[in-house]
Design a binder for this molecule. Structure first.
Ligand SMILES: Nc1ncnc2c1ncn2[C@@H]1O[C@H](COP(=O)(O)OP(=O)(O)OP(=O)(O)O)[C@@H](O)[C@H]1O
Ligand SMILES: [Mg+2]
Length: 337
């Protein structure tokens, strides 16, 4: 089967900066791909190329076999785009916004109205449909923006960081909505900085780091790349994190990975009990008091930490109150480069 979205060796330069370096990607019909990367990784640049808003400097991308650079208007008729920043008009009602989009798609007034009703219903916005968007919460606004991208019944939906900035409850609502769309067969490419979002919504995940595609696979395949289980040591201080990296070197089946923000060190292991005992012995010999020591299944965090370089202590943002309930953005590991 030919993928509905296909990109081969896509390159984009801004001046002398290579924002995308030979990016390859394929999304099968009816599936969800999450493009996961930190701030500045190149996610929006890639999305803008796929949605014909930006032309690539090299490579080729197609939607349902149609070349985005050669036939942008056909591509636009095939896709729905919900950009990183909501594009709805504050001075209109939700319904008016959707009707306007319908009219732009060439629907007659009556058709545009019934399509707007359908979309409002689908997004659970029927009750708020006649209120001005200005009065909407951030979550409602984001849902309406998603709705606008659905008016044209797109074959392919592209969402750039759909849940960034939403509170945990609105994020959950949006995730459920996206899952419903996917159950109905929508092909979706979404970008995200949230590992949890990629893990929950995507069939396949592509990791992008400074313009390079560094890994691609199902969440399980990516987790298996870490190999076996993960030993996790929670330290009491940031300086202990650095000491623990030295102390644990050679204990597991890979190198110890420091995570300064969460004051922990993780280590891949194929022999959970031996590794746990050896780690405990070494930590005790080194005279370091730790907060916790455990072995668990790998997460996408571990994959990302393993494939990219660790941040310097000075770059680690302090956690803010109330952050605990929100997923961790990859930004936490921002690396200079
Ligand atoms: N129009 C532009 N001119 C110059 N540089 C740009 C332009 N657009 C993007 N860049 C640079 O290209 C890189 C990739 O940017 P992009 O917006 O694609 O990242 P992103 O992954 O979407 O980040 P974020 O998570 O912050 O949205 C960044 O270093 C950015 O500064
Ligand atoms: Mg972006």
């Amino acid at each position: 089967m030919t993928p509905l979205i296909e990109a081969a060796r896509i390159e984009k330069k801004f001046g002398s900066y290579m924002a995308l370096k030979s990016v390859d990607l394929a999304v099968e019909g009816g599936s969800v791909l999450a493009l996961l990367g930190r701030n500045g990784a190149g996610k929006t640049t890639f999305v803008r190329i796929l949605s014909t808003l930006l032309s690539p400097d090299g490579g080729r991308a197609t939607i349902a076999g149609v070349d985005v650079a050669r036939d942008p208007s056909t591509v636009r008729s095939l896709i729905g785009l919900a950009g990183q920043f909501a594009a709805v008009d504050d001075t209109l009602t939700g319904r008016e916004n959707l009707e306007l989009v319908g009219r732009l798609y060439g629907l007659r007034r009556k058709e545009a109205r019934s399509r707007a009703d359908e979309v409002l219903e689908r997004l659970s916005l029927t009750d708020a449909g006649d209120a001005l968007v200005r009065t909407y919460s951030g979550g409602m606004r984001r849902r309406l923006d998603l709705g606008a991208s659905l008016v044209g019944r797109p074959l392919v939906l592209i969402m750039d960081e759909p849940s960034t900035g939403l509170d945990p409850r609105s994020r959950m609502e949006l995730w459920r909505l996206i899952e419903e769309l996917v159950e109905d067969g929508t092909t979706l490419l979404l970008t995200t900085q949230y590992l949890e979002e990629a893990d929950r919504l995507a069939h396949r995940v592509a990791l992008i780091d400074r313009g390079n595609m560094i890994a691609e696979g199902t969440p399980d395949e990516l987790k298996q790349r870490v190999g076996g289980d993960v030993l996790e040591v929670r330290a009491n201080t940031t300086s202990d994190v650095e000491k623990l990296v030295g102390v644990l070197d050679g204990v597991g089946s890979g190198r110890p990975v420091p995570d300064l923000r969460d004051q922990r060190v993780t280590l891949p292991t194929s022999e959970r009990v031996q590794t746990l005992l050896a780690a405990a012995r070494r930590i005790e010999d080194a005279g370091i008091a730790v907060a916790d020591l455990s072995v668990r299944r790998p997460s996408l965090d571990d994959v990302f930490l393993n494939l990219t370089s660790a941040p310097a202590a000075s770059e680690v943002p302090r956690s803010r109150p109330g952050e605990a309930t929100a997923p961790r953005p990859l930004e936490s590991w921002q690396v200079t480069g």
